[in-house]
Design a protein around this ligand. Structure first.
Ligand code: C2E
Ligand code: CA
Ligand code: CA
Length: 435
């Protein structure tokens, strides 16, 4: 019987060193079929200052012990992937469904492909609290680095779901912010992979909050969705884009396209589309300078309305991008039905594609689809030179991501162009130094 809970208090020195760490003194569990591996991992966790450390030899045993915890989720389950009986994948699913642990780390002796499946499961559902995956032999520093994420993810509720630090703002607050002009845009470059030239920018919303500082979209877009404020919000941002495009033209910059994200509400609203078209026309900006980005989910939400409006926008001469491609359900059929001019592959399949075979595969087939349909392909979330090289080999047209630039205020664009021109050309020519 190797499932005896070992009540261990951490040795004094180590414990003192990490007294402030979020995992310090916490109840945790190690699941591994090999007794040697298990005691090695227990040793590491003990050194790092964890409190009570439970042990189990496979998923079934782990669940039995967790159920005995009487509804109080453990701080952490550290599990092996390959085990007889219930393996780590099945255990991960069970932990997620039953909310038995706040955080999870998965280790494996081989096949990064399996770990990738786990990582993807984690990114789909915050409730699982996956801190990350580790290859064996587990190094203490790597383990500590993952544990540190438990701290930065916020204290979390009992189930470990990543709760935002602040609740979403109320409608009145958003309405005031809109009236006060607190929503503004940052712009992220999209670069032509063949030449390294700046092709266009994606406009990304920010809220200059009077008390909380500059807020990212996740703190307010969900609160705008489904409210009558969404139309006014998007229109206000589009007006800023139009003014900015006019200014860039006047400053003699090469012609740029700006992409703007539309929400499902926007897309289903015929009156909104009329207002959008009127605003563009009044500005004198050519519709071809604008690309509306929409996700498959927002098209699906009200399919016939969305298709009609997309058709109208395309007829007016605007570009249309399918955003976050690859994470939807019927991606292929949907894409072929809509008059898109651009396919934006979700960063989940771009980021790390040079290392992870599954991402590589999805990326490759998405690019092939785009190429067959004759639309521009855009990879978002390009962070490394290795991923850039892969995309180049696969014939992707445009790249967007931290490797090239983070989203920035409009005023920083010219400086960025000047300082990065040579690096971008080198990347395009394929002789850039790694990252
Ligand atoms: P999105 O349309 O997928 O936008 C791309 C997001 O990826 C941006 O996050 C950008 O900062 C981030 N990103 C870009 N390059 C990289 C990279 O290399 N690595 C990583 N990890 N991330 C990268 P951001 O600005 O936080 O925007 C998040 C989402 O909010 C957007 O996702 C979009 O769906 C939504 N959003 C932003 N602005 C608007 C808007 O004006 N209207 C609507 N309806 N939604 C918006
Ligand atoms: Ca987008
Ligand atoms: Ca996207």
């Amino acid at each position: 019987m190797n499932a005896t809970p070992t009540t261990t208090s951490a040795p004094g020195v180590q414990a003192a060193a990490r007294a402030g760490a979020p995992w310090h003194g916490q109840r945790v569990m190690v699941v591994d079929d090999s007794a040697v591996q298990r005691s090695y991992l227990v040793g590491l966790l003990r050194e790092l200052g964890c409190g009570v450390i439970l042990e189990a030899a496979d998923g079934n045993e782990a669940l039995r012990l967790l159920e005995a915890e009487q509804g109080v989720p453990l701080f952490l389950v550290l599990t092996d992937l390959e085990m007889p009986g219930m393996d780590g994948i099945e255990l991960t699913c069970q932990l997620r469904e039953r909310r038995l642990a706040r955080h999870l780390i998965v280790v494996s002796a081989r096949d990064p492909r399996l770990l990738e499946i786990i990582e993807n499961m984690g990114s789909e559902d915050a409730a699982i609290g996956l801190l990350g995956t580790l290859l064996k032999p587990v190094q203490r520093d790597a383990l500590e680095a993952l544990l540190t994420r438990a701290g930065s993810a916020g204290s979390g509720d009992a189930a470990g779901a990543a709760l935002p630090e602040h609740a979403l703002p109320a409608a009145v607050e958003l309405e005031q912010a809109l009236a006060a002009g607190q929503f503004l845009l940052h712009y992220q470059p999209k670069v032509t992979m063949q030449t390294g030239h700046l092709k266009g920018l994606e406009a990304l919303a920010r809220w200059q909050h009077p008390a909380r500082g500059l807020l990212a979209p996740q703190h307010f877009i969900p609160a705008l969705e489904g409210t009558p404020l969404m139309a006014g919000f998007t229109l206000a941002l589009v007006r800023q884009v139009l003014a900015q495009l006019t200014e860039w033209q006047r400053a003699g910059l090469p012609p740029l396209t700006v992409s703007v994200n539309l929400s499902a509400d926007n897309l289903a609203d015929r009156a909104f589309v009329d207002l959008l078209a009127a605003a563009v026309q009044a500005s004198g900006v050519a519709p071809a300078s604008l690309v509306w980005e929409v996700t498959e989910t927002s098209v699906m939400r009200q399919l016939s309305q969305a298709l009609t409006n997309l058709g109208r926008l395309r007829l007016m001469g605007f570009g249309l991008a399918m955003d976050d491609f690859g994470i939807g359900y019927s991606s292929m059929q949907q894409f072929a039905r809509c008059p898109f001019t651009e396919l934006k592959i979700d960063r989940a399949f771009v980021n790390g594609a040079s290392q992870w075979p599954n991402r590589h595969m999805v990326l490759k087939s998405a690019l092939e689809l785009g190429q067959r349909l004759g639309v521009a392909t855009v990879a978002e979330g390009v962070e490394t030179a290795a991923d850039w090289q892969l995309l180049r080999t696969l014939g992707c047209d445009l790249a967007q991501g931290y490797l090239l630039a983070r989203p920035m205020p409009a005023g920083e664009l010219v400086t960025w162009m000047r300082s990065e021109r040579r690096r971008l050309r080198a990347l395009a020519e394929g002789h850039a130094p790694p990252d």
